[in-house]
Design a protein. Structure first.
Length: 389
């Protein structure tokens, strides 16, 4: 455990008059959200320029333009997620769960950057759970956090032995390990008074979980960007919800984070999640916008177009027709077994019409008679195309 204190710089003067209730949607974060998954946003806006200048001042002079562009992209995507889901509010104490992997390092780094420029005040504390895996390099993470001056806790608990004892040989450890880790972190967050628990799951983790549930769980569900625990004692947030894994991999390489590999579950082969991740990577290579489209679909759910009776009330659907008669627009209607039609009470010779502008919402109103329209169709010719061309 370290005695390092949180670094809380002065908030820029432009935000001094911001109310306590203000969140990340105030300064330079109101950009075009529809394009966030496809392109970087434009450079317009004085507030954006001010924030970019603040970030540039904090960067080392030898950082490359490529790194600054990537960091700027991650910062904006995290800011959008925080704003869209109201993840962090004024006065929050955010407990960032740090495992020593690329995702949690990136999350912590970007949140610390945003803390310096946000129009609200919040504190950050890093927490790591040492699960006593054999060969785990327990000195790496504390050394990094101390070097960076980040307040943190290292929790020591032998969950490795528990997982090995309860999971049958050949089965994956992920589920049991996750439950044990989650329970320990939830309780500690409440113990220290942390108001939010930040996890390092990114967009591709959310997509993989979606397909795992779809293929193997029979459910349309994933990891939500924000979640209230079942006992309502803790609030989980995933600020990397809009960030692609490949950007995190590149960012971690450029930052040279001291990555700690997961020897507990990473050593197992043929994990279903790994198979799903391979599938997603293949899709991304072949169709660069497919994953973005799938993630957008997860934010654009139409319950009436699915089949969940709990989500949508199909049973009480009823007609509400008016008295306007709409005739079939065509040339002819052939009626068969007219006696049966008459017995049912249906017309044996229903009328037709060529065109009724009243029911053509996508066509401009036309005053042409049916005969004129018919004549016009007959005079139209199919264009001849030169096969040589």
């Amino acid at each position: 455990m370290t005695a390092a204190t949180l670094f809380t710089p002065n908030i820029p003067s432009q935000a001094d008059d911001v109310s306590d209730a203000m969140s990340f949607d105030s300064q330079a974060l109101d950009t075009d959200t529809d394009s966030r998954e496809y392109d970087d946003v434009s450079e317009d806006g004085n507030d954006e320029d001010m924030i970019d200048e603040q970030c540039a001042d904090a960067q080392a002079p030898n950082e490359s333009a490529y790194f600054r562009k990537l960091q700027k992209k991650l910062r904006r995507q995290v800011s959008w997620a925080i704003r869209d889901f109201n993840m962090i509010e004024d006065g929050d104490v955010v407990m960032v769960c740090v495992s020593g992997g690329k995702d949690s390092y990136t999350l912590l780094d970007i949140l610390l950057l945003l803390k310096r420029i946000a129009p609200i005040h919040f504190d950050i504390v890093a927490v790591n759970l040492d699960q006593k895996q054999p060969g785990y390099p327990e000195d790496i993470l504390p050394a990094y956090l101390n070097e960076q001056g980040i307040a943190h806790y290292i929790l020591e608990k032998d969950t490795y032995s528990i997982v090995k004892s309860v999971v049958p040989e050949g089965k994956t450890y992920c589920s049991a390990c996750s439950r044990l880790r989650r329970g320990s972190l939830y309780g500690f967050a409440k113990q220290i008074g942390a108001t939010k628990i930040a996890l390092g799951h990114h967009r591709d983790d959310m997509l993989a979980t979606f397909f795992l549930n779809l293929f193997h769980g029979g459910a349309l569900k994933s990891m939500p960007p924000k979640l209230l625990s079942d006992d309502k004692q803790n609030m989980l947030i995933r600020p990397l919800a809009y960030v692609e894994e490949k950007d995190i991999i590149e960012y971690a390489k450029l930052k040279e984070f001291p990555i700690i590999p997961c020897n507990l579950c990473g050593s197992q082969t043929n994990l279903q999640r790994a198979i799903i991740n391979d599938m997603l990577r293949e899709w991304d290579d072949a169709h660069p916008q497919r994953l973005a489209s799938i993630f957008k679909a997860m934010q654009n759910v139409a319950p009436s177009q699915l089949a969940d009776r709990e989500l949508f009330d199909f049973e009480t659907l009823s007609l509400d027709r008016d008295n306007d008669e709409r005739l079939f627009e065509g040339d002819n209607i052939q009626a068969g077994q007219t006696d049966s039609l008459a017995e049912i009470g249906l017309p044996v010779s229903p009328r037709t019409q060529t065109f009724n502008p009243k029911f053509a919402s996508d066509k401009p109103y036309s005053t042409k008679t049916d005969k004129a329209a018919q004549s016009e169709r007959k005079t139209q010719k199919i264009p001849t195309i030169n096969p040589v061309i």
